[in-house]
Design a protein around this ligand. Structure first.
Ligand SMILES: C[S@@+](CC[C@H](N)C(=O)[O-])C[C@H]1O[C@@H](n2cnc3c(N)ncnc32)[C@H](O)[C@@H]1O
Length: 255
């Protein structure tokens, strides 16, 4: 699947790297991180522009996955892919699917690019931005899967509004998934787990797949461990895995 030419090169001094330069963004925290190796810098400068969907460009005001990945059988979205371990794993096992990964942290984007290059994968496109700006640009019922794995928990009550999984984004996930599609969530924060569950159970278009505690306590087979998850386990925290199926509801209009 060919990648179309993208936008301008990225550097540590570009506006993308500066949280202050984009006050309308809803991202919090660092976007560049430690110094990059020459290889990763080259990937950001040369490869990223070919794979990036730049939300500031009018070209990407609307994003149709079918046009991004001609011939692909299904489309998947990972929000906050971090170092890209899970995204690479899925993309490698499903070359017939097209993947969009969203991650504002350039160090993670560079790592994903290195993994894509090493594996010769051509079925991933990248958004270096806030996922909440991407969601409304995608067509209704266009996705087979959405992953939000170990999103920042924002434990303080006054920061809960920053949580990426909330009732509004869950409604967007339901709009984007086609019936039979799946939303996968994970967290190691018990309060966020309850919060996530409340949000998805309040959404009638989602059905929680768990039948017993094993289903949310144990890692499903096709769900590889991420870097953040490994860190949580080393610290003695137990992750929770939630799988929700998008179900058709009565009276819902066809997309
Ligand atoms: C705790 S890390 C988990 C990373 C990865 N999923 C893992 O399990 O290793 C949360 C990630 O979400 C990203 N993130 C935070 N806010 C985001 C947003 N609004 N849109 C997309 N990604 C976001 C962060 O940059 C970070 O990489």
């Amino acid at each position: 699947m060919a990648a179309s030419p993208g936008s301008a090169p990225i550097s540590s001094t570009s506006s993308v790297a500066s949280p202050d330069a984009r006050p309308r963004r809803l991202i919090y925290g660092r976007r560049l991180g430690p110094r990059l190796s020459p290889r990763r810098r080259r990937l950001l400068e040369e490869r990223l522009p070919q794979l990036r969907l730049d939300l500031d460009s009018a070209e990407w005001a609307q994003i149709d996955p079918r046009a991004l990945f001609p011939g692909a059988q299904a489309f998947e979205l990972e929000i906050g892919f971090g170092g890209g371990e899970h995204l690479l794993w899925q993309a490698e096992r499903h070359p017939e699917h097209g993947f969009i990964g969203v991650e504002p942290y350039l160090g993670g984007v560079a790592k994903l690019l290195a993994g894509l290059e090493a594996r010769g994968l051509n079925n991933v496109r990248i958004v270096v931005d806030d996922a909440r700006l991407l969601l409304p640009r995608l067509p209704t019922a266009s996705l087979a899967r959405i992953y939000v794995l170990f999103p920042d928990p924002w434990p303080k009550r006054r920061h809960h509004k920053r949580r990426i999984v909330n009732r509004e984004t869950v409604a967007e996930f339901a709009r984007l998934l086609h019936p039979g599609g799946e939303l996968r969530l994970a967290t190691d924060d018990p309060d966020y787990a309850r919060w996530m569950l409340a949000a998805v159970l309040a959404e009638p278009r989602f059905c929680w797949l768990a039948e017993s505690a094993r289903d949310w306590r144990e890692q499903p087979e096709d769900w590889p461990e991420t870097r953040y998850e490994a860190k949580a386990r080393r610290a003695g925290r137990r992750p929770v895995f939630l799988r929700l199926v998008r179900q058709a509801v009565e009276g819902e209009a066809d997309p």
